[in-house]
Write a protein that binds this ligand. Structure first.
Ligand code: SAM
Length: 327
């Protein structure tokens, strides 16, 4: 039995948030005030995650991404990544990180069987990095990115959340990085999820970002392969890297969505942008069998909405916090 939802989408991609903690406080991800944290016993242990993943893999999950919070702040993460990569049937394992811990840990990440990493970096300006994240550590992230490139990680995707009035003056510079570096630069629309420090001003959407980038030269389309994500991909003439646009709000890609999420607190969430979730931690801790846990996967899949309801001009927000759901 595979994980096929009512819209006939085959869900084979599980994103796992292993912690809601993060060493950065990005203005679009966390509120200004102190935020309640999950306690140690609220979050799934690595053993629990591995059991859930093994069940998912039996149901057809082949692709995994480890995220958070900041996954690299959780103790024991490198051994956990290794265990994940050893699960039979996992064809693709990747990691999303803010890059702070990369420089000193890339060898361990590689040894764990990971070759693809996504690094979030919203600016090339160290002062702005401080303003966005609350820490003056741009150079540390950049050193990690350069080392990852030198060590042959491929692709290295750099995720940029496009923020009006904050980094919109740098979008072209970010795109120009692809001329000399093999990076995949991904421009992501800001999504109103949970509490953050963002106001309700106009959003910077993918068509506008693309228009600004096109001023640099012709954007040559790159075809998506079967396992690729939702980005619309392009390359500038002669560039080593590529540019992608992820238009979660302005042009939904729900019809192609193959994702399920396992939250740090132990729920299966069929859609990032809808608050429906199925508790899997509770039954697991009460001794549920593998078949019973598999049923929770099927239940979550049945609730995958055909389309999410976040849209441009729609003031509704998703309640869950990105850091606990796993972006
Ligand atoms: N700490 C890791 C990182 O920084 O990449 C992983 C977790 S973070 C929540 C995952 C991704 O979600 C990051 O690329 C971040 O920029 C993005 N993100 C967080 N809040 C967002 C929002 N409201 N809209 C769009 N992207 C968001």
């Amino acid at each position: 039995m595979k994980l096929i939802d009512p819209c006939n989408r085959h869900l084979n991609y599980l994103r796992i948030s292993i912690t809601d903690r993060c060493n950065l406080k990005c203005i679009y991800c966390v509120p200004r005030d102190q935020i309640p944290r999950l306690t140690h016993k609220d979050i799934l242990t690595y053993e629990e995650i591995l059991r859930i993943v093994e069940i998912g893999v039996r149901l057809g999950i082949t692709k995994l991404r480890v995220t958070g919070g900041e996954p690299l702040v959780r103790k024991g993460v490198y051994g956990f990544l290794q265990e994940l990569s050893r699960i039979d049937g996992v064809a693709d394992l990747s990691l999303t990180t803010n890059g702070l811990a990369l420089k000193d840990n890339l060898a361990r990440i590689k040894a764990a069987g990971i070759n693809r990493i996504n690094i979030s970096l919203d600016t090339l300006d160290p002062k702005k990095f401080y303003k966005i994240t609350g820490l003056d550590l741009f150079q540390q992230v950049w050193a990690g990115i350069e080392l990852a490139r030198d060590m042959g990680f491929n692709p290295i995707k750099i995720n940029i959340v496009a923020l009006n009035g904050i980094n919109d003056d740098e979008l072209q510079d970010m795109a120009l990085l692809t001329l000399d570096h093999p990076f995949h630069i991904r421009f992501i629309e800001y999504m109103p999820i949970g509490e953050s420090q963002m106001g309700s001003g106009p959003l910077l959407l993918a068509p506008d970002i693309k228009k600004r980038i096109s001023e640099l030269g012709q954007l040559i389309p790159v075809r998506n392969a079967a396992h690729d994500g939702p980005a619309q991909r392009y390359r500038l003439e002669g560039a080593l890297g590529e540019i992608g646009f992820i238009h979660a709000l302005s042009h939904h890609f729900c019809d192609r969505c193959n994702r399920l999420r396992l939250t740090a607190s132990g729920s299966l969430r069929p859609c990032l942008l809808s608050d429906h979730h199925e508790d899997i931690k509770g039954p697991l801790r009460k001794g549920a069998t593998d078949d019973e846990l598999a049923d929770i996967f099927f239940k979550a899949v049945q609730h995958k909405p055909s389309d999410h309801n976040l849209a441009v001009g729609n003031p509704s927000r998703v309640c869950g916090q990105m850091r606990a759901i796993g972006g």
